[in-house]
Write a protein that binds this ligand. Sequence first.
Ligand code: JFZ
Length: 336
Amino acid sequence: KQAALAWFKDARFGMFIHWGVYAEAAGSWKGTRIEKGQGPKVAEWLMNAFQISRREYREYAKGFLPDPSFAVNIARLAKETGMKYVVITAKHHDGFALFDSNHSEFDITDATNYSGDLIRELYDACRAEGLEFGVYYSHGNDWGEGGDGNYANVKARNDSLGVPTREQGKNLWDPSPTDHADYLKNKAYPQITELIQRLPDLRLIWFDGEGLITEKQAFDFYKLVYELNPSIIINRRVGYDFGDYVDAGDNKTPGENDLADKHFETCGTANHSWGYKAHDHQWKSSNQLLRNFVDIVSKGGNYLLNIGPDGKGRVPQPCVERFLEMGQWVHTNADA
Ligand code: JFZ
């Protein structure tokens, strides 16, 4: 763990990747932009925004067919930008796994016509470039199989304990009938296990969606990862301040000395949405992105800067241009 944390402290710059079935929809559903839906207006919340049923979303997933060149292209872009690690959404809130999972049919191999394992392919491409590899995993929220049908019970129990229950991010429009604890047992813990067992150099797991997670369940995630591979570091959002490093909130930089003695990372977007949104043109300038980078690094943290590839896995051109401009500066001024 110590060696991994030392690496992390030194890494400074990473690439975050939000990618999944929603990328194909590009931030709109049946002609309506996500701005007209409910919830956060980010493209990866598509299913939630338009209250798409689990059956219809699965039907839509069949059309997700990335170009196999995505892995090599993205690993090269990360390298050219001067990044040292890559963190991709292995499973976001929609429940879709970008890897070939034995614990859910809702994955790239069983639910689409793509024949490979996207996580494996990107892992191999990143390792070939000398980049460290991490996965984002939405453990708390799973709109496909997360057992949100039991939300009322969980909330009643939490209320009686004085523990808050976050409704945001729960599938209350078409909840799966299972129990949330069963989902953890049958899908989330097993999927984390298979990712760790299949990817021997996996360096980081970025948990998200604390929602219904109890303190014991959060600790169980931490413990599971530690027991399988203690060289994997874990972010705070695993829940209840377990985790090896903190964050300063999305797109936020901490104050001068707030996190000086801690390991921290700030994740941020280059435009507005994390997932690909065709009509999101709010690109920050390369100057602004570089200033964020220097600001975060000067306070001892890492900048995890996001890309949202489209349904084929192509990175939007304005994003590529900014990243390459940043890379020129980073390679000249900040390379260790
Ligand atoms: C979460 C996700 O819901 C979102 O889709 C994206 O993956 C993002 C990186 O993480 O959203 C959050 C979670 C926590 C905070 C902000 C956005 N936060 O604590 O500031």
